[in-house]
Design a protein around this ligand. Structure first.
Ligand code: HSE
Length: 325
């Protein structure tokens, strides 16, 4: 039977979970007369012990080898090596591979270039896992805004900071709450990316790029940290009917764009106030419809890999005809 070949770039927590979903859900499935197979997996260390069964996989330490004979390239490189990730994705796109990506930092920094290259080469670039975990936000952005102008996108898009502030509001200390976010697998390898607002900045830039067509320069935005907030600050806000949330907001006024990332007091009756733990909320304001809100788990291997799996199905349905014999 004809085969559609997937290659993975990276096999960390999210990549491994996605591999499990593919094994469980796509084994024996046929798309447009072709079966699906995992071709090669690029990993930095082929000898490393992994929590999934890798016996049937071909691991390679040469990423270009993984890209070469694939039809679909699935990027799960995580936050490190952003330039390498960019180079590999550009190489994949230029070889007319369909790409499914998860590295938000890479997309935020090089989104304009990657999107342009994909358009030029006529290939697809899916990115749902980069923002909002299990919230299917890329499909929402692709299907809206035809009739109206998106004027603001705001909400909460960093699960770690949200969990920390939620737990501190309940009396926990900052360090204990951060350790919990790390233990649950929500925090970045370097958690300062979460608490100092960089992770939210990358996501805000991606939402602005795809939702408003404007790719902001990440370096021009200065996020505020949640580090210096104390339990007393949170209690004080509570007494005044506010709750402090790690908020992002991107706005458009004509051809001017602005972005805010940082902790902010929001009224307890705001739509953002009840969003706790690892949940995210993304509110999209349109010139005709007003606010539309999308809510769900923003971090964790399962929701994030589920978003990538949906991207994979979308890609397979779009390809229909297989590329390889
Ligand atoms: N560190 C991120 C967060 C993971 O806490 O939201 C999901 O992108």
């Amino acid at each position: 039977m004809k085969r559609i070949r997937l290659s993975f770039l990276g096999l960390g927590v999210v990549g491994s979970q996605l591999m499990e979903y593919i094994r469980d859900r796509l084994d024996g499935t046929v798309f447009g007369g072709a079966g699906i197979s995992v071709h090669k997996v690029f990993v930095r260390d082929v000898t490393k012990k992994r929590w999934i069964d890798i016996s049937g996989l071909t691991l390679t330490s040469n990423p270009y080898d993984a890209i070469r004979d694939a039809d679909i390239v699935v990027e799960c490189m995580g936050g490190s090596g952003t330039e390498l990730t960019r180079d590999l994705l550009l190489a994949a796109v230029r070889e007319h591979k369909s790409v499914i990506m998860s590295s938000k930092k890479c997309l935020a920094l090089y989104g304009r270039e990657l999107v342009h290259a994909a358009e030029e080469c006529g290939t697809s670039l899916c990115y749902d896992a980069t923002v909002g975990g299990g919230i299917p936000i890329s499909a929402v952005l692709a299907s809206m805004g035809k009739c109206e102008t998106t004027t603001r996108i705001y909400g909460i898009c960093n699960a770690t900071s949200n969990l920390i502030l939620s737990e501190m509001s309940g009396g926990a200390g900052y360090e204990a709450a951060l350790r919990r976010a790390q233990a649950l697998g929500y925090a970045e390898n370097d958690p300062s990316e979460d608490v100092d607002g960089l992770d939210a900045l990358y996501k805000a830039v991606i939402l602005m790029g795809f939702g408003m067509g404007h790719w902001a320069d990440c370096g021009s935005i200065k996020p505020l940290s949640i580090r210096n907030l104390t339990a007393a600050d949170l209690r004080k806000a509570g007494k005044e009917a506010y709750v402090i949330k790690p908020v992002f907001s991107v706005e458009r006024q004509g051809e001017e764009f602005s972005c805010f990332i940082g902790p902010r007091p929001v009224p307890t009756d705001s739509i953002l106030a009840p969003v706790k733990g690892n949940n995210n909320i993304i509110v999209i304001r349109g010139s005709e419809s007003g606010d539309r809100a999308f809510y769900g788990q923003g971090a964790g291997a399962k929701p994030t890999a589920s978003a990538m799996f949906d991207d994979l199905i979308r890609t397979l349905l779009e390809m229909r005809a297989p590329c390889r014999l």
